[in-house]
Design a protein around this ligand. Sequence first.
Ligand code: IVH
Length: 665
Amino acid sequence: MTVKERIDWLRAELHRHNYNYYVLNAPEISDKEFDDLMRELQDLEKEHPEYQDENSPTMRVGSDLSKEFRQVAHKYPMLSLGNTYSEAEVTDFYERVQKMLNEDFEICCELKYDGTSISLTYEDGKLVSAVTRGDGEKGDDVTDNVKTIRSIPLVLHGNYPRSFEIRGEILMPWKSFEKLNQEREAREEPLFANPRNAASGTLKSQNSAVVASRKLDAYLYYLLGENLPEDGHYENLQVAASWGFKISEHMKKAHSLQEIFDYINYWDTERKNLPVATDGIVLKVNSLRQQRNLGYTAKSPRWAIAYKFQAERALTRLNKVTYQVGRTGAVTPVANLEPVQLSGTVVRRASLHNADIIEGLDLHIGDMVYVEKGGEIIPKITGVNTGARGLLLGEKVKFITRCPECGTPLVRFEGEAAHYCPNETACPPQIKGKIEHFISRRAMNIEGLGPETIDSFYCLGLIKNAADLYQLRVADIKGLVRMGLKSAENIIRGINESRNVPYERVLFALGIRFVGETVAKKLAKSFHSIEDLEQASMETLVGVDEIGEKIAQSIVSYFANPLNRELVARLKEAGLQFQRSEEDLSGYTDKLAGQSIVISGVFAHHSRDEYKELIEKNGGKNVGSISAKTSFILAGENMGPAKLEKANKLGIRILTEDEFLAMLS
Ligand code: IVH
């Protein structure tokens, strides 16, 4: 692999993991693995400035924007901290500070709380806004939700400044987290992987009553403003505590490296007794004057660093490897372990992810393996203790070649890590999975139906695919286990109502591989009926913006399968929407045809997503970064200075919201 190829690979991986983590709230790798990839990329980019890329994952701090909340620009950007896992780098940090300051200094040692960060603004002693980090420049206004958190004061007491910001971490305590997951399990809802995801998911809830019921907590650790009471960060927080804020009792000022290491070592074990999750410690130069002297790099302060704890791990024996077939046919290997105690629970199984991971570990049955939890529910195997292998080495773990459910030979798509069972239409977990996807909320949203009912309908032979649902009658299902007349009627009503679900969602519901919600929308825009899509060639498909070969190929082979064509025909007969509605087609113009438009800043009349849609509806293309090809910039408040400079340099027109709307009206 060339350096350029490695850089491209790292960028693609980090973009994907970033999306999994920040948008989907479903990380696949540990923070440490993510940080290691990021660091490798940072190093390569530093060594090879010729491969610089404005959109590299190293350029951003992450984003958790979602469209439902009003976006608000941060008065002071919300930066992240440099991370390290090694004591040597803590020493480097300390010595760097020493050299740059060339005078005595104190380091404030704090716990690194593992939740979701929040910026609170107080005016005249009242909480006026609570904003998430977002992309660091602007975040979501979640004030109403935050007001439900009891440990955040709505009104202050004592001698507080007229106006200031205070930042901290919103957390879901372990106890609430466990209780919440138990309740979700009982209702067959997906579980939260860890308290961090539970806290951020809760904070983004549209219903603040839900937030209130989830029992969140918050610690504040950073006071910002023009007229702060003291020069010391530690001292300021103690004063803030007197205004009513919840400040950690475990902050400590250190005067030497030794005191810092003592703090780290103490909390490495003691943190297990805390009511909330922590993933490291934060070291901050205490004096604000000294902080100003040290300043910032592009992404983080030079006056602070985060030391992350190694995830807890245990050593145990690998007994065997079994395989699970998921809804998409993806086959996941699962390690069956000799039960072992790990951070408070007994671990019996761990994910092995894919064939490459097994190969990389050079796994043999009977090996002593390291298991890590790292804040996630599903533990994973991170290494083998080869020193513990005796003379008799167990059998090497070889990935299976046939589907454990239906016996079909497995396939592996180019560039993908997973093995798939290609028997989409007859492999039981895939059939059930496809129907489950079909009825799910974002697809057909059929009320009253869930995975368990689908499973029992399937096992009873009532349904073999989604089209069979539309033939069910109340009489067929009432009287089944846990199914009274009322539930049966509800289900049939739900199925009937789904006939009105718009075309683009029906396309998504079909579950064509690689056709997610966004792609389904794109397809619906370009192919106004299912017949148009069925007949589309590879060439036509690839011609559609953002449809690549992989997606195109998947669509072509979906419709090449007579069983899929038959399914679609039956669904059509059942009255599902397989073309765009008139209403949908109106409002489309080609006023912006051929134009590449960059959106930047914060807007007053519409959300960013609405503007994006407006651009697309009028035939334009919304692009992420400014280049010579950009037609114009739609700029709101607080357009980033770097973007502004670039636009001016390239002589690109900047339109305000009003100018843009006038142009379309
Ligand atoms: S200080 C400019 N202190 O860690 C520095 N952050 O990557 C502002 N965090 O986004 C952050 N505990 O969400 C600070 N005691 C602590 C913290 C802490 C947790 C989080 C925070 C921040 C991230 C830094």
